[in-house]
Design a binder for this molecule. Structure first.
Ligand code: ZN
Length: 289
């Protein structure tokens, strides 16, 4: 495993990263190391990390694909992925790195279009203890600054909801991937706008309209901003089939509907409701309750 993770090459991406570091050092203050994080003992039944065990992807080939495909590194300007974040124990799904790999594997297996899209878009995937305003994840993409940071809320949930399940994390990866089209200062028009109504009214955490994503990597050809990608991934998971626990699929459907109700200023009537999942009383996994 370590042979994969230790592989280094001076790619163009590395050179750009060095230039970005120099730019940051000369301009705004470079990000300081975050505080040491303590990781909770997660409820892996609720999060899905037990139902989707690491054995599906815990091999050199797939770990290498994830690590390189998402531009991950053990050092850099963030807190992770080194040490306790999981670098030395990459197949442990209780740790941030393993939970992230597990999420990538779910996308790869169940929603491959979203996986390919996220891997193509996300340039430098890092982990941090905290983000301002409790953001689950943040992406910056402007000239030589191209990174996505995942926070503790991504790995373990927050507040009264100490669980951010694997299908929600999958939606977040696609969401953040779409932010790579924001461009500098949001001029790519895929950033967020102020919510007109709903649970986040007055905050700049909504998208203007829901549009069905195409997962095309050629800029904003589908008119779908990040929350459309979140909804699409959650909905595809909700209807992926009866092989997945019904409780998980219904949770994904609920999350998709909640986002449609609270993360858009307009949803076309034909797309405003995620259809109910047919009851499936035969294949409910008991660990999902
Ligand atoms: Zn966003």
């Amino acid at each position: 495993m370590n042979t994969v993770l230790n592989t280094q090459s001076l790619s163009l991406k590395s050179i750009f990263r060095i230039l970005a570091f120099l730019a940051a050092a000369c301009g705004a203050a470079a990000r300081a190391d975050g505080p040491a994080c303590t990781f909770p003992t997660p409820d892996d039944s609720a999060s899905g990390d037990r139902f989707y065990p690491a054995g599906r992807w815990c091999n050199d080939a797939l770990v290498g694909e994830f690590w390189n495909g998402f531009g991950m590194s053990s050092g850099g300007e963030s807190d992770g992925w080194s040490g306790a974040w999981g670098y030395d124990d990459p197949c442990n799904v209780d740790l941030p790195l393993g939970r992230t790999f597990n999420t990538m594997s779910l996308l790869r297996d169940k929603i491959p279009a979203a996986y390919s899209f996220a891997a193509a878009k996300i340039d430098d995937l890092d982990a941090v203890c905290t983000r301002p305003n409790g953001a689950i994840a943040t992406t910056a993409n402007c000239f030589f600054t191209n990174w996505t940071q995942l926070s503790m809320e991504f790995f373990y949930g927050s507040g009264t909801n100490l669980n951010y399940p694997i299908w929600a994390r999958a939606g977040t990866l696609a969401h953040e991937a779409r932010h790579y089209d924001d461009g500098c200062w949001g001029i790519g028009y895929t950033g967020h706008v102020t919510c007109n109504a709903g649970d986040f009214a007055g905050r700049e955490v909504c998208d203007p309209v829901f549009a069905r994503p195409t997962f095309s990597t050629s800029n904003e050809v589908d008119g779908a901003r990040p929350y459309s990608y979140s909804v699409e991934v959650l909905t595809r998971y909700a209807f992926v089939g009866r092989s997945e626990p019904r409780a998980y699929r219904e949770n994904a459907r609920y999350r998709a509907q909640y986002a449609l109700d609270n993360r858009f200023n307009y949803v076309p009537p034909a797309l405003a409701t995620v259809p109910p999942i047919p009851l499936d009383l035969h294949t409910v996994d008991p660990t999902a309750n």
